[in-house]
Design a protein around this ligand. Sequence first.
Ligand code: PRP
Ligand code: ZN
Length: 318
Amino acid sequence: MIYVQIKNIINPSELIRRVFLFCRSTQTHLKTKMSELKIAIQKNGRLSENSKRLLEECGIKFSNGSGVLKTTATNFPVDVLFLRDDDIPQYVEQQVADIGILGENMVLEKDKDVLITEKLGFAQCRLSLAIQKEETYPGLQFFMNKKVATSYPKLLSDFFRRYDIEAEIEEISGSVEIAPGIGLADAVCDIVSSGSTLLTNGLREVETVLKSQAVIISNRNLDAEKKKILNMLLFRIRAVKNAKENKYILLNAPESAISRISKILPGMKSPTILPLMEKGWYSLHSVVKEDEFWESIDKLKEAGAEGILVIPIEKMIL
Ligand code: PRP
Ligand code: ZN
């Protein structure tokens, strides 16, 4: 036995063959690893639940138990990394992650060399200046020579520069809203979503510095394989987004009302019209935009529509 092993090792051609096979298997292994697109999402915070939900709605299955920092999807070639949103732009620039889902506010603040690939429409918020609620606000000159606490020093200094305001920026990484109350600053510049954080801290929003929503950022140098996975993912994301922005609508109408109703509900191509059992009556099916929905309903009723049903759409491929 020992003899066989020694014989194998000292046989140069066998050694070369084994080294070759080993290298090839490692390469194949690396190649398989390479083909997973690494998606960074926020570990905890405003965006984390919605980011996970978006991937799930795209049909991507992965475990997201608490404390897990990285997981591989079981049915789509992606790894999901759970990171602090503040770190995501840098990791995407360095390709620790290939793409990231995070607030546009953080992307613009960190100013890394990454591409904003898609706006996602959720986590809408604004970066705002806020002052203590009892103070009078004469306009932007309020901030002249004042101290403003923020986690967004770049965006705030750009904003002040644009309006020739000389102010001191106190950079703090969290709980910015308590700064005026403890005498650390005269005002704050922070993310406002519902406004409840400002309210509970006795602050009043006075200026909007930037409007923001969740976006996908991607590394500039993705290889062809990863670009392909990203495009597959974007295709699914758009289908989910379109579905959310639209409703499926069914209604009954007499023949005389069909042409008026069809003009109100043009649908994806044109409405589907099916005859009912009752002579002269039709069922009309179409798609209506969520934000035009109530307005359309009123017009439809006026035009003679009856028995209107509105149904959510699961996915919508255009
Ligand atoms: C922001 C901000 C407030 C909160 C405001 O935190 O710092 O804490 O959201 O939301 P509200 O108006 O609904 O009360 P965010 O999650 O953006 O920041 P973080 O990642 O630094 O915690
Ligand atoms: Zn954060």
